[in-house]
Design a protein around this ligand. Structure first.
Ligand SMILES: NC(=O)c1ccc[n+]([C@@H]2O[C@H](COP(=O)([O-])OP(=O)(O)OC[C@H]3O[C@@H](n4cnc5c(N)ncnc54)[C@H](OP(=O)(O)O)[C@@H]3O)[C@@H](O)[C@H]2O)c1
Length: 353
């Protein structure tokens, strides 16, 4: 029986992945024990439940992380707590390596990254990138910039290889939809646009339009399930340098989306105009939205020539598409912010200027 640790389990992605794992009725995840790493007592209480062992884990303490992994006999870590602070990954990889020495069995690390790092606006200079390309890792390394997400990806591939850990990188696209975790239920960008629009009583869109890759949270969680199921079925797919999987279900047309948000919010009396206005500058947008100035343009408008192939080879069949589902669910995005916006976002705390 395997032991799976989900970090960031009080978060939007981690919480939803944990719920998805806990609700498996067939397959090897059902027979596994789930462990959930969170930061506070309150989160331990919220996340604990049938089949879930919640652990309050201090990521500034290697000894504590190693003990948690060894005491709970963790074989697989699904890491969603940080895509940009590599010390967290380092501690988990070190701990998994210790676990491998004790058990003599393979250990696995699944990183949640950020897909905009592979878009031109995110500093990717090579044009089109497919997750099936054999040279992604070398290309990432060749960029030589200080992008914290890229630095973390490179670190994970190199360190896991050195330590004998099998690693995967799933760079998250723009994720939307109501999360199913027990703590934070809202994603990063669309809810932040809605909150800010409410405060300013105006919906603003970025000067440039874009069509970033996206996935509904339920489809993203399904991909984690497929990957972990393959691992547990002793059919672990290509890993380490070849372990990039791009979870792209469809694209989001930003200007059309912001216009729909404006009309949905206006219908509820939350903003003064049914049409979106254009931000006077990206700096102003970053400041009003509380997003890092350095990354706001990439977050807001990057499209990127990014192609997903490997998730589909694992059997991924996303249910949410652009036309029939996403654009029809914008009203729901507004409702979600009104109904379940109970936990302050912290995702950019590590890199805010
Ligand atoms: N959501 C998206 O659309 C999206 C898109 C691209 C990439 N990503 C990346 O995916 C990851 C997960 O995103 P998310 O939307 O699920 O974010 P989230 O809701 O903020 O979840 C992250 C969780 O990790 C915890 N955490 C953060 N720093 C930690 C630390 N130093 N030690 C222990 N726990 C820590 C947070 O704890 P608290 O709850 O106590 O703050 C939170 O529960 C992030 O790295 C994000 O950059 C997300």
């Amino acid at each position: 029986m395997a032991n799976i640790l989900v970090t960031g389990a009080a978060g939007y992605i981690g919480g939803s992945v944990l719920t998805e794992f806990a609700s498996q009725t067939t397959g090897p995840i059902k027979g596994s024990t789930l462990h959930a790493a969170v930061r506070t007592d309150e989160q331990v209480k919220a996340v604990s439940g049938p089949g879930v062992n919640a652990i309050q884990l201090d990521f500034s303490n290697q000894k504590a992380v190693t003990e948690a992994v060894l005491n709970n006999k963790i074989d697989i870590v699904v890491h969603t707590a940080s895509s940009m602070v590599h010390s967290l990954s380092e501690m988990l990889l070190n701990a998994l390596s210790e676990r491998r020495k004790v058990s003599g069995e393979a250990v696995y690390f699944i990183q949640t990254g950020v897909l905009t790092a592979f878009a031109d606006m995110g500093g990717w200079p090579y044009g089109q990138v497919k997750d099936s390309d054999q040279d992604i890792f070398e290309k990432e390394k060749g960029i030589g910039d200080q992008h914290p997400v890229r630095q973390t990806n490179i670190f994970i591939v190199e360190r896991s290889k050195a330590l004998g850990v099998t690693s995967y990188i799933l760079p998250a696209p723009s994720v939307y939809g109501r999360g199913t975790g027990q703590w934070r239920k809202l994603s990063v960008s669309i809810p932040q646009y809605i909150r800010t629009s409410m405060r300013l009583r105006t919906v603003y869109k970025f000067p440039d339009d874009g069509a970033p890759p996206a996935a509904h949270i339920s489809d993203l969680a399904t991909l984690y399930t497929l990957l972990v199921t393959s691992i547990l079925n002793h059919a672990a797919p290509p890993a380490n340098e070849d372990g990039y999987y791009f979870p792209i279900a469809h694209r989001i047309p930003w200007h059309a989306t912001m216009d729909l948000i404006a009309s949905a919010m206006h219908a509820r009396g939350l903003v003064d105009s049914p049409a979106a206005r254009v931000w006077p500058s990206y700096e102003r947008a970053a400041d009003e939205l509380g997003l890092p100035r350095l990354y706001v343009r990439a977050m807001g408008t990057s499209t990127g020539d990014i192609v997903a192939e490997k998730p589909f080879a694992l059997g991924w069949r996303p249910e949410w598409d652009e036309e029939a589902k996403f654009l029809g669910a914008i009203e729901q995005e507004v409702r979600d912010v009104l109904e379940v916006d109970t936990v302050k976002p912290t995702v950019f705390a590590a890199i805010m200027d």
